[in-house]
Design a protein around this ligand. Structure first.
Ligand SMILES: *Cc1c(COP(=O)(O)O)cnc(C)c1O
Length: 364
């Protein structure tokens, strides 16, 4: 490694920051208009652009990816048990609990980290109303197999596609599957609006209900058609999204190159990246280590070099302390104890990535 390599702190993730002067122009426009929120022009423009980009008919911007999940459950009137994945971010489970649903956990496929459709039927009871699956790290679930089970038992399907900006299946956006699919535009995601998210649904009826839910249930200034919430995206967030959209091709192609570099560097030192069958957005780089003890050793040694790795996802959500029912999920429990996500963000340099892998090699 050359002496000129000046390495600062390497975070697990960092938001994409567009040129400041470009954002300042957008902020000036918003402030001159004086229209700061409530379906302003930036929100409407971003909704249109995302609808075109994903080629979907019904898309709503909301304040974050968690409220998007809660609104999905509310709009589909889901009450009772929902079969979900233990291998996801905590919001997938907590949104179910906030909506008074009972999460039942279906174990995952160790290759893709996604819900294993062959294990769904074991969990179905007379109380089962829906399946809420996460497309983990941006990689699509077995959509057809899940839909088959759902159709057989008359269940709704919701996808937490928080990681999935840009993922497609046979040229179709991943967001166009299931009854509802949600995405997060949090600052650390591939595409962001600082905080934010979107809901994509398949029918006009559900869309109309979601529009009501997003804005307190207002059908007019003095009438309310539904028990709503406030989930309106503001103009400053939408402006950030509009700006970031101008850079998204660069962000996505760079992310794939970074991912492939990690994969080849790791294979040189005998560590295997997840072997995915299909191409996807490569939003995260998970690495399953040989044991939890080794993982903890790696974390602390990396910290000494100011390299921060993220235990993502940990814990396995079926092990949360505040659940009504414990469902054993040995694969998810095992993987979540041993998995880290390597630093992966737009600014991350090739030198940084080589350093991280060298350091890893020295610990193996
Ligand atoms: C980020 C994330 C969420 C939550 O989205 P927010 O926009 O942060 O509320 C939900 N599920 C998964 C899988 C996520 O990664």
């Amino acid at each position: 490694m050359s002496n000129q390599y000046n390495r600062g702190t390497i975070s697990a993730t960092k938001p994409f920051i567009p040129p400041i002067d470009e954002y300042q122009l957008k902020v000036a426009d918003i402030m001159n208009r004086g229209w700061l929120t409530n379906q302003g022009p930036c929100v409407l423009e971003l909704e249109e652009k995302l609808k075109n980009l994903f080629n979907v008919d019904y898309l709503l911007l909301v304040t974050n990816g968690t409220i998007a999940l809660q609104m999905a459950l509310k709009a589909l009137k889901i009450q009772g048990e929902v079969i979900t994945t233990p291998y996801s971010y905590v919001a997938t489970t907590s949104s179910l609990l906030w909506e008074n649903c009972i999460p039942r956990f279906c174990d995952i496929d160790p290759e893709t980290f996604n819900i294993d459709p062959s294990k769904l039927e074991n969990l179905i009871s007379s109380q089962t109303k829906a399946i809420l699956a996460t497309n983990v790290y941006g990689y699509p679930c077995e959509i057809e197999a899940i839909q088959e089970v759902a159709d057989k038992y008359g269940l709704k399907v919701i996808y937490d596609s928080a990681h999935c900006f840009g993922t497609e299946i046979n040229g179709k956006s991943i967001l166009s599957f299931g009854d509802i699919s949600t995405i997060s535009f949090h600052a650390t995601k591939l595409f962001h609006t600082v905080e934010g998210g979107a809901i994509v649904c398949q029918s006009k009826e559900i869309y109309d209900e979601l529009v009501l839910l997003r804005n307190f249930g207002h059908t007019s200034p003095t009438t309310f058609g539904s028990m709503g919430i406030n989930a309106k995206m503001n103009e400053f967030s939408a402006a950030m999204g509009l700006l970031n959209l101008n850079y998204i091709d660069d962000i996505m192609s760079r992310r794939k190159r970074q991912w492939d570099l990690y994969k080849s560097l790791l294979s040189e030192i005998g560590l295997n990246a997840a072997s995915y069958k299909f191409d996807f957005n490569k939003a995260y780089f998970p690495l399953v280590l040989k044991s939890e003890a080794f993982l903890l050793h790696v974390l602390s040694e990396m910290e000494k070099e100011n390299i921060h790795l993220r235990r993502y996802f940990y814990p396995s959500l079926n092990e949360l302390s505040f659940l009504p029912i414990y469902d054993a999920c040995p694969i998810s429990e095992d993987i979540s104890r041993r998995v880290i996500c390597l630093p992966l963000y737009h600014e991350l340099s090739e030198m940084d990535m080589r350093f991280i892998v060298q350091k890893l090699a020295s610990l193996c």
